[in-house]
Design a protein around this ligand. Structure first.
Ligand SMILES: Cc1ncc(COP(=O)(O)O)c(C=O)c1O
Length: 368
């Protein structure tokens, strides 16, 4: 049985209908679906403003720009996350400062965050990794005391809850990626969410060459910006899918519970993911930990038809171009251990117990 990693999002008549509509009406960006998607995601998060963009990385770059982060500034980032987080800080001319994660959730450790603060620290990027919310209360409390902006990276966690509140509504602003994630626009996409009107206005201008607005003062610039608007057809697909998000996330949670049961029943030497009491985990990635043999198990899974993955094998402070750009940092023992041990199993809403049994059985054959 071949088991793919990425969810095959349903392409039903509603999706076909909006795609045809956008093709025919020739509004290919900045139309009602772009606005609908950004407002829909803001509403989901319970915040006032949403600003769509052409990728999650673009959203982060524009947030950093709008917060005035540049040369001489530092931004604290977990050491074990996706490269875009460090890259955007470097592109702004600022310095990413890495911090270790907690051993269990593998998310940013509040104590490590506090220890990494210097007088130059302007912001922290709290990455809700794999779909498990970061323990935000201590991070927000420390940041508020020190005048540090809190940016939530919800790329893995759209719809997840922290103490009953949606991620994206817990810091100063948040952003989400919409490529092959919990919600997919069948391409790249991103959304910034915030209650801060000034920030939302600036990000809205930055994504369109710093221009004031589309209709009034059409070619008058407010600042130097980018061309980072979302494609209307993709936004339309996102609008059709958004109402399904919570049920897909619930299905992912059910799948995770089945995996954990099957792994325990099989007595495999792999550790299932933890979900803290404060978290409603949405399992974009169902990440097990495999001591020592991960680098042999992962190719074995792939060779046997299970598209397992690894998020992420190299901590940011050990990525060559990042070391070249910002110098050596570390060690970060928990992040390094996480990168050496993690393996992600297919967990999308199309999974069923038969497929999950096949995945677990493939691991069992490896260990046998
Ligand atoms: C944790 C995290 N941050 C940022 C990004 C960047 O998003 P995008 O690929 O849409 O630029 C991703 C994308 O996978 C991600 O996983």
């Amino acid at each position: 049985m071949k088991i793919d990693y990425y969810y095959e999002y349903p392409v039903d008549d509603r999706v076909k209908g909006v795609v045809m509509e956008v093709l025919q009406n020739r509004v290919h960006y900045a139309g009602k679906y772009s606005e609908g998607l950004e407002q829909g995601i803001a509403d989901l998060c319970g915040v006032k403003h949403g600003v769509a963009a052409n990728s999650g990385s673009s959203s982060l770059l524009m947030i950093l720009h709008a917060l005035g982060i540049g040369p001489g500034d530092e931004v604290i980032i977990p050491a074990n996350t996706y490269v875009a987080n460090a890259e955007c800080v470097i592109v702004r001319g600022a310095r990413p400062v890495f911090a270790d994660c907690t051993a269990d959730t593998m998310n940013l450790d509040p104590a490590a965050f506090e220890a990494a603060i210097t007088p130059r620290t302007k912001a922290v990027i709290a990455v809700h990794k794999y779909g498990h919310p970061v323990d935000m209360d201590p991070i927000v409390a420390i940041a508020r005391r020190r005048g540090i902006k809190v940016i939530e990276n919800g790329c893995h966690a759209l719809g997840a809850l922290y103490k009953g509140r949606r991620v994206g509504s817990l810091g100063d602003c948040g952003f989400f990626a919409l490529s092959h994630k919990l919600l997919s626009v069948c391409g790249m996409g991103g959304v910034t969410v915030t209650d801060d009107k000034r920030l939302a206005t600036l990000v809205t201008q930055l994504r369109h060459h710093g221009r004031h607005g589309l209709h009034e003062h059409e070619y008058e610039m407010n600042c130097v910006g980018y061309n980072m608007r979302i494609n209307e057809m993709q936004a339309a697909i996102g609008c059709v899918q958004l109402p399904l998000l919570d049920s897909w996330n619930a299905q992912r949670r059910e799948n995770a519970a089945v995996y954990t049961r099957l792994i325990r029943e099989a007595g495999l030497p792999v550790t299932p993911p933890v979900a803290k009491d404060y978290a409603s985990h949405v399992y974009l990635h169902y990440v097990v930990r495999v001591k020592e043999s991960r680098d042999r198990l992962l190719p074995f899974m792939n060779a046997n038809g299970v598209e397992a993955k690894c998020h992420y094998p190299i901590p940011l402070h050990q990525q060559g171009p990042i070391v070249e750009a910002v110098g050596r940092q570390g060690p970060f023992p928990d992040a390094e251990r996480a990168c050496a041990e993690v393996m992600s199993l297919p967990c999308d809403p199309n999974m069923n117990e038969e497929k999950m049994r096949a995945v677990v059985d493939t691991m069992r054959r490896f260990f046998a």
